[in-house]
Ligand binder design. Structure first.
Ligand SMILES: Nc1ncnc2c1ncn2[C@@H]1O[C@H](COP(=O)(O)OP(=O)(O)O)[C@@H](O)[C@H]1O
Ligand SMILES: [Mg+2]
Length: 376
């Protein structure tokens, strides 16, 4: 997708603002707390359907308003596209594509995609397994609407199971439903495991290559999906068969741990515990990577995501870089800037970054929710 223009009304700290964007590099600059990240959030929200900060709709509406409207105009899959998203304080959001209201069943097919990289993404390397699972879930959901649906079902069942385990001592009759929940969790969990593992396999190859280029070939980055014993897969076998086999393995693990789960009141088995482990030269990155190594590894994963999404979608996702350029040393910065040619990029920084625009592009200033400049 290439965004040509973006209009924001009542979104975050924007009253009514319009940005004309370049199909190449766009630098959004301005002091702190002026709306730079909010602008990236708007693009991410329009393209992925959710806030990269996980914000609720009502928190993205301007404090003094009841509704927000985000409109983007551009090109996707060789066609003109206008996307409009309206957020409401008290009811469900509405999305329109070329004027036609989309329903849940329309999914995200034919919708643009984006990849965000921000300083907090160091947590991809340093943080807990939940951060890495969330990353996989966000990417795969942009690629496969059916995955997003399975994830939703899994999460609902998981919340229900936690409740049963928590309350069953006071109300033992709740346990009657436990096996149904477990069964559903194994079924949906097997889907999550299969698609995550197969995504990780491809992501690992791309990330290792990007990482080699970025680190000058000195180090090797590996990424492996880690799941329940017996449920391991590399995601290459035919999906239906493999998912059945994973379901059976999960069911067996579940039976082994059923009584322990009831006794301890916690879930001990399932896809909600999985991880995608990163290592540099076979040394676990989470515990041992230096700050610089962690940053390069996170960057490699993000750029690899963009490559995979480009392959799968047949379109380059918009790359959103929030405050990361200034944190990179000269070599990595040059590397990033060389990598982003060929697609649309929106970069935020405090200063108008000349180097980012050496190949052409637009510079926009953001001040108190007002946008000036651009390629209009
Ligand atoms: N729903 C909202 N309504 C009005 N202002 C908001 C809302 N959400 C965030 N803001 C304001 O937006 C500003 C932060 O904007 P942000 O884009 O994060 O800044 P930066 O330019 O540093 O990236 C803060 O001052 C915050 O109070
Ligand atoms: Mg910011």
């Amino acid at each position: 997708m290439i965004l040509q223009s973006l209009e924001l009304e009542g979104f975050r700290n924007y009253g009514a603002a319009r940005a004309e964007l370049s199909p190449g590099a766009n630098v959004i600059f301005g002091r702190n707390a002026q709306g730079k990240t909010n602008l990236l959030e708007a693009v991410y929200l329009l393209s992925s359907g959710r806030s990269h900060r996980g914000a609720r709709d009502r928190d993205m509406i301007r404090f003094d308003g009841d509704t927000a409207r985000l409109t983007a105009h551009g090109q996707a899959f060789g066609r003109e596209i206008t996307l409009e998203l309206r957020l409401f304080r008290s009811r469900r959001r509405e999305t329109r594509r070329n004027g036609v209201k989309l329903t849940r069943a329309d999914g995200r097919a034919g919708m643009p995609a984006s990849v965000m990289f921000e300083p907090e993404d160091l947590e991809l390397v340093r943080g807990g397994a939940a951060r890495r699972r969330a990353e996989l879930d966000a990417c795969i959901s942009q690629l496969r609407p059916a995955y997003a649906a399975a994830l939703g079902s899994f999460n609902r069942l998981y919340a229900g199971k936690l409740k049963i385990l928590r309350d069953c001592r006071e109300k033992p009759s709740l346990l009657e439903a436990l096996d149904d929940y477990n069964h559903g969790l194994c079924r949906f969990g097997a889907r999550l495991i299969f698609y995550r593992a197969s995504f990780v396999k491809k992501l690992a190859e791309a990330a290792a290559r990007v990482h080699r280029e970025c680190s000058g070939g000195a180090e090797t980055l590996t990424l492996r999906y880690k799941t329940e014993r017996g449920a391991e897969t590399d995601g290459t076998a035919p999906a239906a068969e493999e998912i059945r086999a994973i379901t059976a393995a999960l069911e067996a693990r579940q039976r082994e741990h059923r009584e322990h789960e009831i006794a301890s009141g916690t879930c001990l088995v399932g896809a909600q515990r999985d991880d995608a482990e990163l290592a540099i030269d076979e040394v676990p990155a989470r515990a041992f990577a230096s700050q610089g190594q962690a940053r390069t590894a996170a960057l490699a994963v993000k750029l690899a995501e963009r490559e995979l999404m480009t392959e799968e979608l047949g379109e380059i996702p918009i790359l959103l870089l929030d405050d990361v350029l200034s944190e990179l040393d000269e070599t990595r910065r040059e590397f990033v800037l060389s990598k982003i040619r060929g697609g649309q990029t929106i970069i935020t920084c405090c200063e108008p970054e000349e180097t980012a625009l050496s190949g052409g592009g637009a510079a926009l200033r953001v001040e108190g929710g007002v946008i000036t400049g651009g390629s209009g």
